[in-house]
Ligand binder design. Sequence first.
Ligand SMILES: N[C@@H](CCSC[C@H]1O[C@@H](n2cnc3c(=O)[nH]cnc32)[C@H](O)[C@@H]1O)C(=O)O
Ligand SMILES: [Zn+2]
Length: 430
Amino acid sequence: MDTLRIAGGQVLRPDATIEDADILIDRDAGTILDIGADLDADADETLDAEGCLVMPGVVNAHCHVAMTLLRGYADDKPLDTWLREDIWPAEAALTPEDVRVGAELGLVEMIKSGTTTFADMYFEVPEIVDAVEKSGLRARLGHGSVTIGKDEDDAWDDIEESIEVAREFDGTADGRIRTAVMPHSLTTVGEEYLREAAAEAHADDIPVHYHANETTDEVGPIVDERDERPLAYAQDLGMLTERDFLAHGVHVDDEEISLLAEAGTGVVHCPASNMKLASGMAPVQAMLDAGVTVGLGTDGAASNNDLDMFDEMRDAAMLGKLAADDASAVAAEDVVNMATAGSAAAIDLPGGALEVGGVADIAVIDLDAPHLTPANDLVSHLAYATRGSDVRHTVCDGQVLMRDREVLTLDESAAMDRAREAIASLRERV
Ligand SMILES: N[C@@H](CCSC[C@H]1O[C@@H](n2cnc3c(=O)[nH]cnc32)[C@H](O)[C@@H]1O)C(=O)O
Ligand SMILES: [Zn+2]
């Protein structure tokens, strides 16, 4: 058996306690063999974790990873205007190669900041699949479909593509890639298309992922036209089941929160994007209290503007308190849980906890930094003080993706060079 040992660190356990322990990993199976003191010194490879906190790899449960190319491309506008005036015209000019370049840059950024798993909605998905396969990360990928403004044939083609892509790539990259059917949102995709997408996805046991209740501009028309809240509409469409997950859930009322809790549908909270686009404050504590599965996501780098999930944890804690008008709301342990086990549960992928027999998806945080000193409470530090750049090693599925801050599976400087070239050429075309 080929083994990897992570030695000498402090390990964050699923109950948020911290234990001095080594971790021994079966690299062939990609799973954790043991967690404890003085494990096998003869392991095939050892990662030093002296002075480090060893935690589950972070799970970014909602992203558009190739949007790294559009980082800083258009800022300081609300969602609808930002998409229509800037983002959609730029995206219309992206080539498959551009998406590949943007995705690789984003994957490097994720690996460097301790993210081992993510969920992604974009287009040119085969390029993203290839990049994820090469990167060693775990992901749930899908093609985002929009039908408004399209004739019927084009609209059905876009929905078909989402279904086909989900079927074709589910289980690829040795099972690290799973998929979802991804109609963009309840307002940008028409009713008959949503119904069909959900039925086709569920017929193959594939989840549906979409944006919902992100802005009041999006909720208003649904309520006016249908005299029902968006999530009641989603339930009627068959896309509010236990396997489905939605992004944002900012403007949800108490009845919708109950619907989510009863249905077991995951909600991915994206606090930075919600603040930047001034979309609103999600009632995260209320959702947690109701028993909703809540995960955490960055959304795309054009509305964030990075893919650092440690930033996101801090934002979630801060915004959650403001939204609840309660400093005890969305506490440190809650956000760490949201970014790990909560996200993994929402997108239904393994990971989010360090347990014997579980997947070896791990981030090792270097605690030897002024902003992490003194170590009064390491869970507090993860939520409030740690930065993605504090990550020293990243392991996914038992493979070392970054060792001593060097990314091993992708070429970091080449990814940056290619992104610079791609955006220069895009700016000439748009
Ligand atoms: N096939 C679609 C693309 C859908 S992919 C997912 C889309 O979500 C967009 N997006 C990024 N962030 C957000 C957000 O916060 N809310 C809604 N859409 C977003 C992103 O720019 C991308 O166009 C088309 O015809 O353009
Ligand atoms: Zn999004």
